[in-house]
Structure formats: structure tokens, C-alpha cells
Write a new protein. Structure first.
Length: 72
């Protein structure tokens, strides 16, 4: 019930709490047989909040017909 009220408030006010916008970046190696000492051999993955993912899915579902992609 509290999560529903929070998500309804986010959608009606159009603002997100700062904690929703923070993420943790972890690094993973690009391949197994590369040098682990070279930073170019890693890629960063951002882990975001579960609540932000729920808000993203709601917005995508609600405005799917209005969202367009570009060739760029």
C-alpha cells in the first residue's frame, strides 16, 4: 500500500526522490583472457534502484505510443 502511494505521488507530482536517482557502478571484465591490470579491459554497469525500475516501466507502459526512437 505504501509503495503504491509513493509511486502515485511520484507520477502526479512529476518529481523523484534523490534516493531513486542514485546508482552503484560496478566493473566487470570484458573477457576472461585479458589483462586484469589494464582499465580498458573493464566495462561499468550501473545498478539502479528497484523503485526507479518500477517507475521506468510505468512510464514506458503509459506513454509507449508517444515515445519515438531516432536512427542516431
Amino acid at each position: 500500500m505504501h509503495v503504491t502511494q509513493l509511486l502515485n505521488a511520484v507520477i502526479s507530482h512529476g518529481a523523484l526522490p534523490d534516493s531513486f536517482l542514485s546508482s552503484t557502478v560496478i566493473t566487470i571484465p570484458k573477457a576472461r583472457n585479458v589483462s586484469m591490470y589494464d582499465s580498458a579491459n573493464y566495462r561499468g554497469i550501473a545498478l539502479s534502484s528497484v523503485y526507479l525500475k518500477i517507475v521506468d516501466n510505468i512510464v514506458l507502459h503509459k506513454y509507449y505510443g508517444r515515445l519515438n526512437t531516432s536512427e542516431l
